[in-house]
Design a protein around this ligand. Structure first.
Ligand SMILES: *Cc1c(COP(=O)(O)O)cnc(C)c1O
Length: 345
């Protein structure tokens, strides 16, 4: 059975979180002499809200999730790192990932000296459920499932995720960095039934705010409490909090931009199919396309020479011959297609 305390590192379970000046006194006052800040108004001389409550209230309304079930981090990469440090004892515990997938799970685990179990996706880029269930050990504290998956672009079958969720008593992290581009529904609507699921989303992709570094984690309160305890006290800075509040006021623009990317994705897929050196355009539920091409390195170099940078994924498992191309603006995509038309293999 799922038991949170048995999964958490004992030092973290009993950790007394740092109590910042701003968390000890939250009320209204005239004079703040409690945090050794500068008294001179620069607009930013005060520490930011450590729990980002204004931002969370907006996100709660948008996502129909309680404020207490939201964690905000310095990118979702921070949440990935914190989860590993909360649950995995170095050199003893493990995470499980399903390559080919996002590289940060492995890197964060390597930094924490935590072992990584790998169960490759199937050739259809779906979960190999029986092999995953077989690979799990009592030390498998975390499993990362990325949907839509990076770099393959496809969504992971919801039934397969549900099956894993029912049988895995560790923490199941579903990374939905690209969910706003997807046809498939978010796991957010289902996570309430599961005490052990963490859903990650980000402002870096569909919201166009990669530069401000803001990621979201959604989970039941006990897991959110652990994340808040372990995070640096002021992990989301004032500029970021202000910028995202402004952006959330106008979510219509985000919707328009996503629609535009989806339209462009469709257009690119249609055109790319006509090139003989492109063997396959993998179906995408994200803002990028994984292409299998005849001579990936040669094409990659050719595009660099044309000042167009794509991601070479041809050395990644199950991605032989593959390049990953982010959907750009209509004019950028047009230039890409133009260069591909001139390409002689
Ligand atoms: C881009 C991406 C992220 C985003 O990370 P941030 O730290 O929020 O910018 C997370 N997961 C996946 C799979 C990604 O591709």
């Amino acid at each position: 059975m799922f038991n949170l305390q048995s999964l958490v590192r004992p030092n973290i379970w009993k950790l007394q979180a740092y109590s910042s000046a701003r968390s000890e006194f939250k009320g209204v006052a005239d004079i703040f002499l409690d945090a050794n800040e500068s008294p001179f108004d620069t607009g930013y001389n005060r520490y930011p809200d450590p729990l980002q409550l204004k931002v969370k209230a907006k996100i709660a309304a948008l996502k129909q999730v309680d404020t207490e079930k939201i964690f905000l981090g310095n990118g979702s990469d921070e949440a990935i790192d914190l989860l590993i440090r909360i649950f995995c004892e170095p050199r003893r515990d493990e995470i499980l990932i399903c390559p080919p997938t996002y590289g940060m799970y492995q890197v964060s685990a390597d930094i924490a000296d935590v072992k990584v179990l790998k169960v490759n996706l199937t050739t259809q880029f779906q979960l190999d459920v029986p092999s995953i269930l077989q690979a799990i050990t009592p030390h498998t504290k975390l499993m990362f499932i990325c949907s839509p998956n990076n770099p393959t672009g496809n969504s992971i079958n919801l039934n397969h995720i549900q099956k894993i969720a029912q049988k895995f008593y560790g923490i199941l992290v579903i990374d939905e960095a690209y969910i706003d581009f997807a046809q498939q529904v978010s796991f957010l609507s289902l996570f309430h039934q599961h005490p052990n699921i963490v859903v990650l989303q980000t402002f870096s992709k569909a919201w166009g705010l990669a530069g401000i570094r803001l990621g979201m984690a959604f989970a039941q309160k006990p897991i959110i409490h652990l994340l808040n305890k372990v995070k640096p006290p002021y992990n989301v800075n004032q500029l970021t909090q202000e910028k995202v509040l402004k952006t959330l006021e106008n979510s219509e623009e985000q919707k328009r931009n996503v629609e535009n990317i989806l339209k462009e994705r469709k257009r690119l897929v249609n055109h790319l199919q006509l090139f003989t050196f492109i063997e396959k355009t993998h179906p995408s539920d994200a803002n990028f396309l994984l292409l299998k091409v005849k001579k990936p390195i040669a094409l990659y170099q050719y595009l660099i020479q044309k000042k167009i940078i794509v991601r070479n994924r041809s050395n990644v498992v199950l991605c032989d011959g593959c390049l990953r191309i982010t959907i750009g603006t209509s004019s950028e995509n047009q230039q890409l297609l133009h260069c591909l038309q001139q390409y002689k293999i």
